[in-house]
Design a protein. Sequence first.
Length: 129
Amino acid sequence: MRQSAKEDSLAKIPYRIFETQQFQDDLAELTAVRMQQIRKKLTEYIYPQLRDEPHFGRNITGAHVAPSTGKAGWSLPLSRAVRAAKSSNACANGIWRYRLADWRIFFEINDAERTIYLLTIAQRKDAYR
């Protein structure tokens, strides 16, 4: 099935990426060396990949979070939303995760606005509690 001209032009517009306050706070809690390492990976690898195609990739998986307020991911406490992100690989307006070694970055995608919201980052051992 052929995409329309509008869909073709939208596919070429890169996604914008925003770091939530929670995400920035989580990074600030890390040691200076660890934060520098993660910032480098974010800048050189993760952000370029997410800008081009946030739905598919070797380190990307998603999960559907049933929203009660119509805004996926935000209606649940973050810990429940993160646990839901672990339990499924199919995503429909839910919370996605990016695997970075033993770290997990959780994010939400707004396709209509071509925007990605980085919600939180946590070590794998703590991410799903």
